[in-house]
Design a protein around this ligand. Structure first.
Ligand code: F3S
Length: 415
């Protein structure tokens, strides 16, 4: 790999031992993937870590860096954490997670991180421009940045996002290169898509077919940012998709020629109503009709979604046996407080949860759901439905935002 004078100095240790170690890690990664050089990144979104499954050693390592004066040199935001300091008791978030999270957050803040604590940093101020190189973690944020914003990032992990934040660099390979951003699979969408949940179901279906490939959707002539957010999160969880294009909608597919960059699709996939129903049935595993846990906001809700939830729920009470989470970022919650949406949601008996979610907090442990007799998780998110059997010990069912609210009030869901 070739290095600039500044990068060579970092490797020589001129900026300290932690920076040298970080550069060495990025160089090893770059060499493994055949990168020719480093690129400067304009922002970093720190990946995880989920403290519920993190032992103390990596936190000790971050402490070492923070204490030797190492600081993040580019704007760096934090992803969803494992706690909501105002609701830990109500949500039954384990005490051990709280102390580990407190320590890690303090260290990241000391190093200069912006404590967004969200999987949707693009609605909390970290909005890279088209063509910018970035180093982001959290799969739903990565696919949104690549596809909807046209920024360039690989799917980074905890160690590499920290290394990029303290060096301002990432190796030039993978989705940083134009030739790896061209379409690979043509997806002809014939089924009507009426809301964000449909986009999530479509993403789930295609992710499971294309694995880590780049799908190009045609026949989807418009989509809101929330719909694209749901589709991307599902693509990235049922498959490992880091980038997709929607012809006429996303910035690197203003027309189909641009999406394919002169290549032909490896395969064409047609999605009609039958395929959508198959994907929906695959996600919807709940066999009992009680609405035990209702979880909205995966990825974290936008203010528009909070408005829709508040409008659907205002003046009603959710069923006393139902636990309802509405997950968002602290930044969006502040706006929601101001708009009166928080009050409407909380008056109905639901929790407006900031900074975390059922999966990252691991609050819905096996012991907790058994104790409460919970069996189902109702959500508008295909990603959350995909993960909830393994991560939340609950069988999912999918609905639109307003259906989920209706089911939370009734305490029952229906197809
Ligand atoms: Fe975000 Fe948690 Fe879903 S981190 S994408 S709300 S699983």
């Amino acid at each position: 790999m070739q290095f600039t004078r500044e990068e060579a100095a970092m490797l020589d240790g001129d900026a300290g031992a932690s920076v040298r170690r970080a550069m060495q890690l990025l160089v090893a990664l770059g060499e493994a993937y055949g990168a020719d050089r480093m690129v400067e990144v304009s922002s970093v979104h720190l990946a995880g870590p989920n403290v519920a499954i993190l032992d103390n050693e990596p936190i000790d390592y971050v402490e070492e860096m923070a204490s030797d004066g190492t600081r993040f040199r580019v704007p760096t935001t934090t992803t969803t954490q494992s706690v909501d300091w105002d609701l830990n008791r109500e949500l039954a978030i384990p005490g051990e997670n709280q102390s580990k999270q407190e320590r890690l957050t303090r260290l990241f803040a000391q190093m200069g991180a912006i404590l967004t604590h969200t999987c949707a940093p693009y609605i909390a101020g970290n909005i890279p421009n088209w063509g910018e190189h970035i180093a982001w973690g959290e799969s739903s944020a990565v696919i949104y940045a690549n596809s909807v914003l046209g920024a360039r990032t690989n799917r980074e992990g905890e160690a590499t996002t920290i290394a990029s934040a303290i060096t301002g660099r990432t190796p030039n390979y993978g989705y940083h290169l134009a030739e790896n951003r061209r379409g690979e699979y043509l997806v002809i969408v014939e089924a009507p898509l009426s809301d964000a949940t449909d986009y999530g179901v479509l993403g789930h279906y295609i992710g499971s077919l294309v694995g880590g490939g780049v799908p190009v959707f045609s026949g989807v002539n418009q989509a809101t940012t929330d719909q694209l957010k749901q589709m991307g999160a599902a693509l990235a969880s049922s498959g490992g998709v880091p980038l997709y294009h929607v012809v006429g909608v996303t910035p690197e597919a203003r027309d189909s020629e641009e999406a394919w960059q002169g290549c032909r699709p490896r395969e064409t996939i047609v999605v009609g109503e039958r395929e959508m129903k198959t994907a929906y049935d695959h996600l919807c595993k709940a066999t009992v009709e009680t609405a035990d846990v209702v979880s909205l906001g995966c990825p974290h809700t936008s203010i528009q979604e909070l408005k829709e939830i508040a409008t659907s729920i205002v003046g009603q009470r959710i069923n006393p046996r139902t636990m309802m989470w509405v997950n968002t970022s602290a930044a969006t919650k502040m706006l929601s407080d101001r708009m009166g949406y928080t009050q409407a949601i909380e008056a109905a008996g639901a929790f407006l949860v900031k900074d975390t979610c059922p999966i990252n907090s691991q609050a819905l442990s096996k012991a907790f759901v058994v104790e409460r007799g919970y069996k189902t998780l109702i959500t508008n998110s295909a990603k959350q439905a995909h993960y909830s059997p393994a991560m939340c010990n609950l069988m999912p069912c999918l609905g639109t935002l307003s259906e989920c609210v209706r089911w939370a009030v009734a305490g029952r869901w229906s197809k």
